[in-house]
Write a protein that binds this ligand. Sequence first.
Ligand code: PXL
Length: 279
Amino acid sequence: MKIAPRIAAIQDISGFGRCSLTVVLPVLSAMGSQCCPLLTASLSAHTAFPPSDKATFLDLTGQMERTADHWAELGVTFDAIYSGFLGSADQIRIIEQFYRQFRGEHTRVLVDPVMGDHGKPYRTYTPDLCARMRELADQADCITPNWTEAALLLGEDYDSRPTEESSIRSWLERLSLDGRRSVVLTGVSLAESQVGAGYFDRITGTTGFAMAHQEPAHFPGTGDLFASVLLGALMRGDELPGSVRQAVDFVQRCAAHTLAAGTPPVEGVQFEPLLKELV
Ligand code: PXL
């Protein structure tokens, strides 16, 4: 009997606007993994909606260590530890401690170094938080930055990001920290109307690309969708290149479906009707 791989998902829950746990949990479950949320914060909605006095943000940092300690008492072990959007530098200290408690020889650590998009850090990401995120990402087996995050990790200017294939490969190699970690860089385009991901696979030491048709809209939360499909595929035993391909294709199909449905992009992609394709 196959036992579901178990993943600790260190994420917030945003009640409206598909991102973080409202994406991560259904995707990982559909792909056959057990997802155990270690909650960082509870929000009324994700932060891509217009700022409002009514928006709620409940910081759950104080619950994280206690939750980890209870899990340790229960003897829980994890096949993967996956983190995304984080609320404070203190949460990073707690995640590092979580690694010491729960990172076994076969535990894969995926850090989605969520910090910003379109060349700008998110409102809540201070330079200190970005510096700590870089230290957390240094410990990962695999990272999934977008261009903004890759530039922040490398200390490069976002506007000088490469467009040539050979220079993109060299960014991927630099991001791998001498081949120590796998890298999946999202938002890569090598030809007009195509977008996808470039990767460095630390198992083979090679770089590659997976591309799909570029849909003409931007949706919050697709980074979380991408990383979740990638991790779900890796946990099923797929190699990195095939996992990247599945993530690129699924995000593209969800974006195309959402555009056809005509719902507001800020609400995220309608992945629900397509979820069965991941099973
Ligand atoms: O998709 C990343 C993300 C996760 N969680 C919250 C966010 C965002 C991006 O804006 O606001 C609360």
